[in-house]
Ligand binder design. Structure first.
Ligand SMILES: *Cc1c(COP(=O)(O)O)cnc(C)c1O
Length: 391
């Protein structure tokens, strides 16, 4: 092949929304000016609007993990008991962060590919009324599994604990009713459904969570919820903000508002469901078959094949970067992303490429079988739901 376009198809960073990239070129401005205060204020207001919450939203110059770290250091105290649901590499990150800050995590672990049930969370809360917090991933990006955060939120809401949700890939891929489901802290990051480069993290904070910030005894400095809230209300950030990314976020949020958050979610859900159909048509096994989410679909490599070969061939033959498994899942699975700026044309190409790669590696595939499954999903969806119009 002579021309090969580079395509970023990972579940973060995700493909970039071009007008958001163009907006970044206007970053020759100073952050302590009214021009920037207006940009910052409208980004915060739009973020609140697309998230559909009345809770405060705090923005940080950090990757998503920065807001995860901040949610622990601002709301908890050393020695406090918390429940941590861990179903993959990102759940393990909650375990590491809570331990790093001296909390006492009760671990609810699920095997990779499985989800932690609401019943287990309920039982852990019933067993110990001293539990101060429950941590989970809405979507466990490393395995493709999703958690029932609505059910968990309702269980946590009845206790004195707060519910801290890493929704970094849950936002934009599943409905999240932050205010009514008892999601006290919801964490997001720029490089996932928001279609812009990495470097911004945010957290929503409920009134119940704010009360925790009054009693928290953990030290923190750069990530300071109260300080950030006070400054945010004035259209400022506590420290020098990532101005270029905030300009990009503004453009991406205008786009998301124009199609509507429910449509963005539906887009990811349709692509995920079509991907599952394609996997079935090709005789491939899903990794998170019992609770598949819509941010990413993890698929097992065919028997005897290293998934790294598929990942490498995507890059070599088609300039496309797809995700391998992480940790012990490396070599076992590959992951096809759906969150943010992905469409059906992307998926037709991904599945066609996958068929070619499998065939070239001696796997018995009939060309077009997976693609046809995606085409049928598209045809079905086009009847029931008009596709969002790019703006
Ligand atoms: C991407 C991601 C994060 C954040 O990772 P960073 O590298 O810090 O941006 C956290 N949780 C989940 C579920 C993610 O997908």
């Amino acid at each position: 092949m002579y021309i090969q376009k580079q395509r970023l198809l990972t579940p973060g960073p995700t493909p970039l929304y071009p007008p958001a990239l163009h907006a970044m070129m206007a970053s020759d401005l100073h952050h302590r000016t009214d021009d920037f205060r207006n940009v910052y204020k409208s980004a915060l207001a739009d973020l609140k609007e697309v998230l559909g919450t009345s809770h405060d939203v705090l923005l940080f110059a950090a990757s998503g993990t920065g807001a995860m770290d901040a949610s622990v250091s601002n709301l908890f105290s050393p020695g406090e008991k918390v429940v941590v649901c861990s179903a993959g590499k990102f759940g393990e990150r909650w375990v590491e962060i809570t331990k790093a800050y001296g909390l006492d995590p009760v671990l609810l672990q699920a095997e990779y590919g499985q989800a932690v049930s609401v019943e287990r969370v309920q039982a852990a809360l019933d067993a110990d009324p001293a539990i101060r917090g429950v941590f989970v991933q809405a979507s466990e990006t490393s395995t493709g599994a999703a958690h029932d955060v609505q059910g968990m939120g309702e269980a946590v809401a009845k206790t004195q604990a707060i519910f801290v949700v890493d929704a970094i890939t849950g936002i934009g891929t599943m409905p999240l009713d932050i205010d009514n489901w008892g999601l006290d802290v919801v964490i997001g990051g720029s490089q996932k459904s928001f279609m812009i480069p990495p470097g911004l993290a945010f957290a929503t904070v409920s009134p119940k969570a704010w009360a925790f910030s009054e009693t928290s005894k953990l030290p923190h400095y750069y990530f300071d919820f109260k300080k950030e809230k006070k400054n945010g209300d004035k259209g400022e950030s506590s420290w020098t903000p990532a101005t270029s990314l905030i300009l990009a976020l503004g453009a991406a949020l205008r786009y998301i508002k124009s199609i509507g958050m429910p449509k963005l979610v539906e887009n990811a859900q349709l692509l995920a469901s079509a991907t599952r159909d394609a996997a079935a048509a090709l005789g491939l096994e899903l990794f998170a078959a019992s609770s598949p989410g819509s941010s990413v679909t993890a698929i097992r490599a065919p028997q005897g094949m290293d998934s790294g070969v598929i990942v490498k061939e995507f890059r070599k033959r088609f300039g496309a970067i797809i995700a391998n498994g992480q940790g012990s899942m490396k070599g076992q699975i590959f992951r096809i992303a759906h969150l943010g700026y992905f469409d059906f044309a992307d998926l037709f190409a991904v599945v066609a490429a996958l068929e070619l790669i499998l065939h070239a590696n001696g796997v018995d595939v009939e060309f077009g079988k997976g693609v046809a499954a995606v085409q049928r999903a598209y045809a079905r969806a086009a009847v029931q739901t008009p596709q969002p119009v790019a703006g």
